[in-house]
Design a protein. Sequence first.
Length: 257
Amino acid sequence: LGQYPENTIVQRPMVAAHRGVPSLAPENTMAGYRLSYELEADMIETDLQVSKDGHIIVMHDATVNRTTNGTGLVSDLTLEELKQLDAGIKFGEEFAGELVPTLREFLREFKGKDVVLLVELKAQGIEERVLQEIKEENMMDQVVIQNFDLPSMIKFNTLQPELPTGYLYSAGVPNTVEERLNNAKKMLDYGATHNVTLNASYGSVYEEFITYMRQRGMLSLHWTFRDEDPFADKLREGLIGPITDYMQWLTHSPIHI
Ligand code: G3P
Ligand code: CA
């Protein structure tokens, strides 16, 4: 990610491994999560869906088509049926036999380890069940919740104010830098009154935005870095919480001190 002049003090970013390390291992599988932990991820990001029989499972899409050897909606399949699927084979033969994890398995794998779990709710109306599993595993201090749905995050906060929550925000249609900053500030102010931070897409943020968040003491995580150029630029602008498919860039970069 580039060279710094001698004696420059640099800070290693707090990196979130997006769905594990999907550039090296199948997304949202135990193999991928374990690899991201070995590569020293500070956070492991994951996505939650719900099975036909009400189990919270880990998968990005609403269907199993893209990431497994099966077809159909997650919500039409029972946990037993989901566990018949191979979630690794499409990525590579060496990952054949990887299973679709449950939230419970994911939590237990990393319970007490030096990593934060960044859990994104994809299915609707699962706030209480997700919270219950986190509580049952005594992992309230190891989880951050995020969602593109702001009311869901506000609901989560009402249920459990101590659990950090982030609204996945994107500036959307191109507008001027000033408009973007004003919109983002409005969202940040609104979020702050509900104890919800803003996890903005990296394309939506720039130096003033990052400074504004930092002044307010808000945790700032930004998605999803898949290209080294903006990655390096944004880190130099002060972004400290990248969510990336390529966390190995940081482990092996000069920024890692
Ligand atoms: O962590 C944020 C990012 O994961 C949001 O996008 O579609 O990859 O869940 P998506
Ligand atoms: Ca996600």
